[in-house]
Structures are given as C-alpha cells and as structure tokens.
Ligand binder design. Sequence first.
Ligand SMILES: Nc1ncnc2c1ncn2[C@@H]1O[C@H](COP(=O)(O)OP(=O)(O)O)[C@@H](O)[C@H]1O
Ligand SMILES: CC(=O)N[C@@H](CCC(=O)OP(=O)(O)O)C(=O)O
Length: 406
Amino acid sequence: MKENMFYGASHLIFQKAEELRNRMTPAEELLWKHIHINEWKLKFRRQHPISNYVVDFYCHAARLVIELDGGIHEVEEVKINDQVRERNLKSLGLTVLRFKNEEVFQNKSTVLKTIKDTIATIQENKQLVIEKEKLVVIKIGGNIVDSEPVLASFLESFSKLVGGHTSPPSGDGGFKAILIHGGGKVATKIGESLGIESKYVDGRRITDAATIDLVTMVYAGLINKKVIAQLQSLGCNAIGVTGADGNLIPANKRPVKEIDYGFVGDVKSDKINAQNWSGLLEHGFIPVVAPITHDGKGQLLNTNADTIAQEVAKAMSNLYEVSLIYSFEKAGVLLDANDDATVISNIDPTSYEQLKAEGKIFAGMIPKLDNAFAALNSGVKKVVIGKAEHLNDLINGESGTSITNS
Ligand SMILES: Nc1ncnc2c1ncn2[C@@H]1O[C@H](COP(=O)(O)OP(=O)(O)O)[C@@H](O)[C@H]1O
Ligand SMILES: CC(=O)N[C@@H](CCC(=O)OP(=O)(O)O)C(=O)O
C-alpha cells in the first residue's frame, strides 16, 4: 500500500513536499485542522507526493485529493496547468476536489460538507479501501519501572517516537501509542516496608484488602504520576489512567476455585470500548495505563499488566493496525534466559511448546507468550518482545523476538 500511494513520485518531489509542509498557507492550515482529525476516521496526509505533483491533501483509503487554489490560479496559464494536473491525477483513478482559499475562510462549512458528501459517494460506490492508522501498544516491565535511569532513558526514546519536543521534525507528529506499565517489583518493596507480604500463584499476585490498597497507591499513584510528569517534561501530552477511569477496562473479580486470588480482575474483553480509547488518541493524548481495573460496582481490581496490554491491543485492532511491544530488561526471548546474546528471533506455536517442554521458557515468560499469541489470534498485526532500551529497533522489527503464527 505504502509504495502505491505515491504513484512513482521521485526523490525530488518528496523533497519539494517536505519544503511545502514547512510553509503551509493559512487556508491550508485551517482546512488541515478540520480534516487531520475527522469524523470519518480517515487518514489524510498533507503536501503528499503523487507522481509528478505534490497535492495539498490526500486520503489514500478514499483515493481523494483535495487542492486549495490561491489567487495565482486565476492566471490563464496557471489555469491550463491546473487542468492538465487534474486530468493526470484523475487518470490515476483519483477523485479531485478543488476549493479556492476564500471559500475555506468564508464558507468553511460548505467546503466541509462537499468533502463529506464526496466521501459518502465514494463509500456508497464501495471505492473506499480501508487503510487503518497505525497504533503501537507498548508494555514496560517491572524491572524497567524499578530503575530510575533505565525508565528515564526509555521514556526519552518513547517521547521521540510519539512526537515529543525532542523528536526529529517528521511532518505528521509521530506514532499514536498507548503505554502500559507494570510495577510489581516496586509494589513488593513498598509492601515489605509496610509489613504487607507479597504472594504470587502462577504469576498473579494474591491481592487481599491491604494489597489492593497498596497496589492502587503504587501503580495508579506513584508510578503512573511519575511517568506522566516525565513524559510531560519531554513534550508529550500523556494522560494517566486506570481501567476504572472512563470505564476503560471493565473486569470481573476472579472467581474463587482452588485458589482465592482476592481482588484480582479478569478483563471483560468484549466490554472494552475502543471508541473511548480512540477519543483520547484522536484528541492528541497519550494514554499511560496503570494495571488496575474495576468491576463496575465500586471495587478496584489488580490485573496483570501483560494481560492488560494484550486486551487493549486486541480491542484497538478493530480501529487501528496495532503492533504490541512487550519491552523488559532482556534482549528478547532467550535460549539461555541469562544470556542476552542468545535471542531467539522468531517463535511460533510449535517452537514455543518445544522450548517450554525443554524448560528454556519458564516463569513470567510463559504468561507473556500466552498473551502474545492471544493477541495475534485476535487481530493484532505484530507482537515483539525485547529490550526496553531498543524501543526503536523493536518497532522496526530489527531487534527482539517476533511472535508469529507459523
Ligand atoms: N527464555 C527466556 N527468555 C527471557 N526471559 C525469560 C525466559 N524464560 C523465563 N524468563 C523470565 O521471564 C521474566 C520476564 O517475565 P516478567 O517478570 O513477568 O516480565 P515483566 O518484567 O515484563 O513483568 C524474565 O525476567 C526472565 O527471568
Ligand atoms: C494480578 C497481578 O499479578 N497484578 C500485577 C500487576 C503489576 C504487573 O503486572 O507488573 P509487572 O509487569 O511489573 O509484572 C502485580 O500486582 O504484580
């Protein structure tokens, strides 16, 4: 799809597009504000290279070009050039809408209605090729959260990725992302100092009344707010949430069978409302999620952060093309869990079963991989496990372990 959407534009056209993007006209700025985030959930690009041209706005899913004309376009010679340009763009199968700058200033609602009607017609004719926007769901593990310098360095890389103020200028402001943090180690340490003992069964903390208060304070309070403050200082409009905020992650208290886990929550997968999350993202917020959920009856619940990442990634894959990154202190899933030089580059269900049987994959890595496969099986496009310090490479598929179905 990517190579297609430029219709063979040359390197020079790309350069020109980059220059034009840096000096948009006031009319372009105004229209961009309205179509950048839009009710049709379509991705528009501005100053987009197509063949020999740079078009003002382009939506590849609808194959729709929108051009704005200033006064110069009234000159006869320019008019002829515009006609040739329009004919050439249409010959590529594109719909072209043209507006005058004054129309955008004086008649904005009519301009937007024309765009809306055109999209509706394209939709009716089933010409719309859905191109989902990319979303990265990133989980940071307990050992990263436990180390201030490692966390700070991770957050700096993260901020660059999502368009914080230290990012290189990139035209469209970075990836959309959701960050989920753990913090089990910090909770255990603070618990010890308060005389609250930590007990785990199958990687899940037994969460009695004192423990749910402890983990709420540590995850939703201390850790979450420290992360938010750091991201804000890096120019990222991060907003801290638990699953109770905005009813983002409804859960059920885990039923008591052989083990009573106490206030541990199992996520109600079908009740995660992707539109609510999308609302935060579309308004430019970067959600930072603490692993606390709720039962809708006033009870907070403790839910494993790997599971939350999987559930949120799954729910969001209806609306976005989602990559799920499990980042932690090791370089990936390792053949020897203590040797970063032994990264397994790819794991599929068969090799997973084998490595587990051989005892090479154990403890917390088992539920992490179970979550990874569950995500892949429910629409998540890509899952990678690897070192938090290699965030960029993990996203580009150049580091860590890729989880695949075959
Ligand atoms: N093959 C393996 N490769 C890497 N880590 C492994 C492997 N098998 C078991 N582990 C263990 O799994 C742990 C990661 O699980 P966990 O502690 O739950 O993750 P997180 O830090 O993200 O919460 C590692 O710290 C490591 O001790
Ligand atoms: C129910 C349950 O086990 N909840 C986890 C939530 C935190 C977590 O998952 O943190 P890590 O990513 O650091 O492991 C716990 O309290 O440890």
